[in-house]
Design a protein. Structure first.
Length: 163
Protein backbone atom coordinates (compact mmCIF):
# COMPACT_ATOMS: atom_id res chain seq x y z
CA UNK A 1 0.00 0.00 0.00
CA UNK A 2 1.27 3.48 -0.87
CA UNK A 3 1.24 6.19 1.82
CA UNK A 4 0.70 9.89 1.28
CA UNK A 5 2.47 12.02 3.86
CA UNK A 6 1.54 15.57 4.91
CA UNK A 7 4.29 16.43 7.42
CA UNK A 8 3.47 20.17 7.33
CA UNK A 9 0.18 19.32 9.11
CA UNK A 10 2.09 18.37 12.29
CA UNK A 11 3.46 21.92 12.59
CA UNK A 12 -0.08 23.36 12.37
CA UNK A 13 -1.48 20.96 14.98
CA UNK A 14 1.40 21.59 17.40
CA UNK A 15 1.10 25.37 16.95
CA UNK A 16 -2.67 25.25 17.53
CA UNK A 17 -2.18 23.23 20.69
CA UNK A 18 0.61 25.48 22.01
CA UNK A 19 -1.15 28.76 21.15
CA UNK A 20 -4.30 27.82 23.04
CA UNK A 21 -4.78 28.81 26.62
CA UNK A 22 -5.33 25.56 28.52
CA UNK A 23 -8.83 26.73 29.49
CA UNK A 24 -9.68 28.34 26.12
CA UNK A 25 -11.17 26.57 23.12
CA UNK A 26 -10.98 28.21 19.69
CA UNK A 27 -14.17 26.41 18.66
CA UNK A 28 -16.04 27.73 21.71
CA UNK A 29 -14.73 31.26 21.12
CA UNK A 30 -15.39 31.60 17.38
CA UNK A 31 -19.19 32.09 17.38
CA UNK A 32 -18.90 34.67 20.17
CA UNK A 33 -16.42 36.93 18.38
CA UNK A 34 -17.57 40.43 17.58
CA UNK A 35 -16.31 40.16 14.00
CA UNK A 36 -17.79 36.91 12.64
CA UNK A 37 -16.10 37.40 9.28
CA UNK A 38 -12.68 37.56 10.91
CA UNK A 39 -13.63 34.42 12.87
CA UNK A 40 -14.82 32.86 9.56
CA UNK A 41 -18.22 31.97 11.06
CA UNK A 42 -20.66 31.55 8.17
CA UNK A 43 -23.85 30.61 9.98
CA UNK A 44 -25.20 30.31 13.51
CA UNK A 45 -28.08 28.01 14.32
CA UNK A 46 -29.65 27.05 17.64
CA UNK A 47 -27.27 24.23 18.69
CA UNK A 48 -24.46 24.36 16.11
CA UNK A 49 -22.65 26.77 13.84
CA UNK A 50 -20.77 26.59 10.55
CA UNK A 51 -17.23 27.95 10.24
CA UNK A 52 -14.63 27.92 7.49
CA UNK A 53 -11.45 26.03 8.23
CA UNK A 54 -8.55 28.46 8.70
CA UNK A 55 -6.18 25.84 7.26
CA UNK A 56 -8.30 24.25 4.51
CA UNK A 57 -7.43 21.07 2.65
CA UNK A 58 -9.42 22.43 -0.31
CA UNK A 59 -11.25 25.63 -1.10
CA UNK A 60 -14.62 25.65 0.63
CA UNK A 61 -13.47 23.40 3.51
CA UNK A 62 -15.93 24.12 6.31
CA UNK A 63 -16.81 22.64 9.68
CA UNK A 64 -20.08 22.14 11.53
CA UNK A 65 -19.50 22.66 15.25
CA UNK A 66 -21.81 22.21 18.24
CA UNK A 67 -21.76 25.15 20.64
CA UNK A 68 -21.43 22.76 23.55
CA UNK A 69 -17.83 21.91 24.42
CA UNK A 70 -17.90 18.11 24.17
CA UNK A 71 -15.36 15.57 22.97
CA UNK A 72 -17.55 12.66 21.95
CA UNK A 73 -20.33 12.19 19.40
CA UNK A 74 -22.46 10.21 21.85
CA UNK A 75 -22.66 13.24 24.17
CA UNK A 76 -24.72 15.23 21.65
CA UNK A 77 -28.39 15.50 22.53
CA UNK A 78 -30.89 14.32 19.95
CA UNK A 79 -31.70 17.93 19.03
CA UNK A 80 -28.02 18.85 18.71
CA UNK A 81 -27.30 15.76 16.60
CA UNK A 82 -30.30 16.23 14.29
CA UNK A 83 -29.49 19.87 13.68
CA UNK A 84 -25.80 19.05 13.22
CA UNK A 85 -26.48 16.64 10.38
CA UNK A 86 -29.13 18.90 8.84
CA UNK A 87 -26.38 21.54 8.65
CA UNK A 88 -24.01 19.02 7.04
CA UNK A 89 -26.62 18.43 4.33
CA UNK A 90 -27.17 22.17 3.92
CA UNK A 91 -23.43 22.76 3.63
CA UNK A 92 -23.06 20.05 0.96
CA UNK A 93 -25.96 21.53 -1.02
CA UNK A 94 -24.49 25.06 -0.89
CA UNK A 95 -20.93 23.96 -1.68
CA UNK A 96 -22.10 21.84 -4.62
CA UNK A 97 -24.15 24.75 -5.99
CA UNK A 98 -21.40 27.37 -5.53
CA UNK A 99 -18.26 25.42 -6.40
CA UNK A 100 -19.65 22.68 -8.65
CA UNK A 101 -17.63 20.11 -6.72
CA UNK A 102 -17.77 16.52 -7.86
CA UNK A 103 -17.48 14.90 -4.46
CA UNK A 104 -16.90 15.46 -0.74
CA UNK A 105 -14.92 14.18 2.18
CA UNK A 106 -17.17 14.42 5.23
CA UNK A 107 -16.05 13.26 8.63
CA UNK A 108 -14.94 13.69 12.20
CA UNK A 109 -11.59 13.03 13.82
CA UNK A 110 -12.40 12.06 17.39
CA UNK A 111 -9.60 11.87 19.95
CA UNK A 112 -5.88 12.34 19.50
CA UNK A 113 -5.36 8.87 18.07
CA UNK A 114 -8.25 9.54 15.67
CA UNK A 115 -6.32 12.49 14.24
CA UNK A 116 -8.18 15.34 15.96
CA UNK A 117 -6.28 18.63 15.97
CA UNK A 118 -8.70 19.95 18.58
CA UNK A 119 -9.65 16.83 20.44
CA UNK A 120 -11.71 18.46 23.20
CA UNK A 121 -14.45 19.82 20.90
CA UNK A 122 -15.98 17.62 18.21
CA UNK A 123 -16.74 19.02 14.77
CA UNK A 124 -17.59 17.66 11.33
CA UNK A 125 -15.39 18.54 8.36
CA UNK A 126 -16.98 19.04 4.95
CA UNK A 127 -14.30 19.17 2.26
CA UNK A 128 -15.29 19.72 -1.39
CA UNK A 129 -13.42 17.55 -3.92
CA UNK A 130 -12.91 17.71 -7.67
CA UNK A 131 -11.51 15.17 -10.11
CA UNK A 132 -7.77 15.79 -10.26
CA UNK A 133 -7.58 18.07 -7.19
CA UNK A 134 -4.86 15.91 -5.66
CA UNK A 135 -1.75 16.61 -7.68
CA UNK A 136 2.01 16.91 -7.32
CA UNK A 137 2.05 20.36 -5.65
CA UNK A 138 1.28 19.23 -2.08
CA UNK A 139 3.36 16.08 -2.41
CA UNK A 140 6.49 17.45 -4.08
CA UNK A 141 6.32 21.17 -3.37
CA UNK A 142 4.70 21.08 0.09
CA UNK A 143 2.29 23.67 -1.34
CA UNK A 144 -1.48 23.61 -1.70
CA UNK A 145 -2.82 25.80 -4.51
CA UNK A 146 -6.01 27.65 -3.58
CA UNK A 147 -7.88 29.51 -6.28
CA UNK A 148 -9.57 31.97 -3.91
CA UNK A 149 -8.61 33.74 -0.69
CA UNK A 150 -10.36 32.68 2.52
CA UNK A 151 -12.16 36.00 2.90
CA UNK A 152 -13.33 36.02 -0.73
CA UNK A 153 -14.63 32.49 -0.22
CA UNK A 154 -16.30 33.66 3.00
CA UNK A 155 -18.13 36.46 1.16
CA UNK A 156 -19.16 34.04 -1.59
CA UNK A 157 -20.49 31.40 0.81
CA UNK A 158 -22.01 33.76 3.40
CA UNK A 159 -24.68 34.97 1.00
CA UNK A 160 -25.88 31.37 0.49
CA UNK A 161 -26.18 30.74 4.22
CA UNK A 162 -28.36 33.84 4.62
CA UNK A 163 -31.01 32.33 2.31
Amino acid sequence: MDSLWAPWRKEYVQKAMNDQDKDACVLCAAPNKEDLKKALVLYKSQYNYIVMNLYPYNMGHIMIVPYRHINSLDLLSEKERNEHYMLVVRAVTILRKQYECQGFNIGMNIGRSGGAGIEEHIHTHVVPRWNGDANFMPVIGCTKVMSETLFNAYDTLKKHFKE
